[in-house]
Write a protein of this length. Structure first.
Length: 80
């Protein structure tokens, strides 16, 4: 089922699979991807988000990836 980006991020937080309408932002419930880049993971039910943004630890990849990170940031337990 396709969803908006904010819904994909929320489903990741719930441990459920989802993808956006373009297939560029998706989750299997444990891992979270922007395109083919894994930006999020789950460890012991904690959500870990890698900051692929201009000021983030992992650096800027694209404007779209930065937007995906922004949508997921509110649901992450750990920002890396």
């Amino acid at each position: 089922m396709t969803m908006r980006n904010d819904q994909v991020a929320f489903r990741w937080s719930e441990g459920k699979a989802a993808t956006n309408h373009e297939g560029t932002f998706w989750t299997d419930g444990k891992k979270l991807y922007s395109y083919k880049l894994q930006i999020g993971d789950t460890a012991d039910e904690l959500k870990i988000l890698r900051l692929y943004t201009a000021n983030g630890r992992h650096g800027f990849k694209s404007q779209t990836t930065s937007q995906h990170v922004g949508k997921a940031k509110v649901y992450a337990d750990i920002l890396d």
